[in-house]
Design a protein around this ligand. Structure first.
Ligand code: M6R
Length: 366
């Protein structure tokens, strides 16, 4: 049942080229430059006119929501707010019939997310779901939705469901952009052609697995770890930190790299591992100066870089390469080595990776 893998988590990490492909199947038409989302097409008019989108979710799904915020704002030029469902539900949120709420949940059973949906529904919002478990509670409570089609996720630490959620949010961002005309057809053709390549590029990320296992050896006894990224690399950093916490019980924090100087830099010394998302994109130069700040304080740096990068390689202790792609799709690639890093560290520490202590696959309590 684990398909020859030692753990479900590892199997699910390796399933991602296929699960992301399944998620895009029948939804993207690169040659025509078209996205089709049958699940929400009846709400096209509403989406086109939306002035605001509110995303609600918990845990890893909330991180996917943050990636969605970057993508939707960038491509569809609509303002997006991302809220923890567990906070949203206990506030008196400003929500009306004009709003679109997107609830993200792998299990479709998270109690806080369900309660937040019910609240937004009472206030007249249109609610979309992004869920993995077909027929679960959330798809039944929402007006419409898009399934991630990642297949059953057994490991308590979410992996392929996250990349599925990010894929759906990418499709939604491009779909809204197409409806609103905020990106032209030629650009859509290019983006969808590149998106179509992502499953193959995820596969290529696995080339680094052995090297990642060796890096894991070096850091397995660290009590702490920082994850830093900018732009959509920031939610990737948050997700990297959550994975490490959940399965290895190492204290880890994700931060926007630019915020480091406002506090966390005080933590840096020769014993602090810092994982940077340092790929070649619009924030590359800025990230490089953040890396210099860490190295000047003798921090140990592991950098996720674009294949062939020499500049960062010369500055840091370890590099893990990912293939080059459009910046918009960075989270789908940069997440993969972080999943593997936390997996190997947890295994080396003798942790129960598939069923970490104190955690359940779906949190049906408040
Ligand atoms: O099923 P959901 O996506 O609603 O679950 C939300 C969180 O409980 C979940 O993502 C949790 O953080 C995972 N253990 C992450 O690996």
């Amino acid at each position: 049942e684990k398909g020859g893998f030692e753990h479900f988590m590892l199997k699910e990490i390796y399933e991602q080229p296929r699960s992301v492909r399944d998620c895009m199947r029948g939804r993207i038409y690169p040659i025509e430059g078209m996205v089709r989302l049958g699940g929400i097409k009846d709400y096209a008019e509403k989406l086109k006119n939306a002035e605001r989108i509110v995303i609600i979710a918990c845990g890893t799904s909330w991180h996917a929501g943050l990636v969605g915020e970057y993508l939707i704002e960038e491509f569809a030029r609509v303002s997006v707010e991302v809220e923890y469902a567990s906070e949203f539900r206990y506030r008196n949120p400003i929500i009306s019939e004009k709003d679109i709420v997107i609830a993200i949940s792998q299990s479709g059973e998270t109690a806080d997310t369900i309660a937040a949906i019910e609240l937004a529904k009472e206030r007249g919002a249109t609610i979309f779901g992004i869920c993995n478990v077909v027929g679960s509670s959330i798809p039944r409570l929402t007006h419409a939705g898009v399934y991630t089609h990642a297949g059953p996720e057994i490991g308590v630490a979410s992996t392929k469901a996250f990349t599925g959620q990010v894929t759906v949010l990418t499709l939604m961002a491009l779909y809204i952009a197409q409806l609103k005309g905020t990106i032209n057809n030629a650009k859509l053709v290019n983006l969808l052609t590149e998106l179509d390549e992502i499953p193959a590029l995820i596969e290529r990320c696995f080339k680094e697995d052995k090297k990642i296992a060796l890096i894991a050896e070096k850091f397995k006894d660290s009590p702490n770890c920082l994850f830093l990224g900018r732009g959509s690399g920031f939610p990737v950093a948050l997700e990297g930190a959550l994975k490490l916490k959940e399965i290895s019980y190492i204290h880890a924090e994700g931060y926007p790299a630019a915020e480091m100087k406002h506090g966390p830099i005080a933590l840096i010394d020769a014993d602090m591992p810092v994982v940077f998302i340092a790929t070649k994109n619009s924030s590359y130069e800025k990230v490089i100066s953040n890396i210099q700040e860490v190295k000047a304080r003798k921090g140990k740096v592991i950098a996720i870089v674009t294949e062939g990068d020499k500049i960062v390689k010369d500055m840091v202790d370890y590099v893990i390469e990912i293939p080059e792609s459009n910046e918009a799709f960075l989270p789908l690639l940069a997440t993969i080595p972080l999943q593997l890093l936390s997996y190997h560290i947890a295994v080396l520490r003798g942790c129960n990776v598939d069923q970490p202590r104190n955690l359940a696959k779906s949190v049906t309590v408040e």
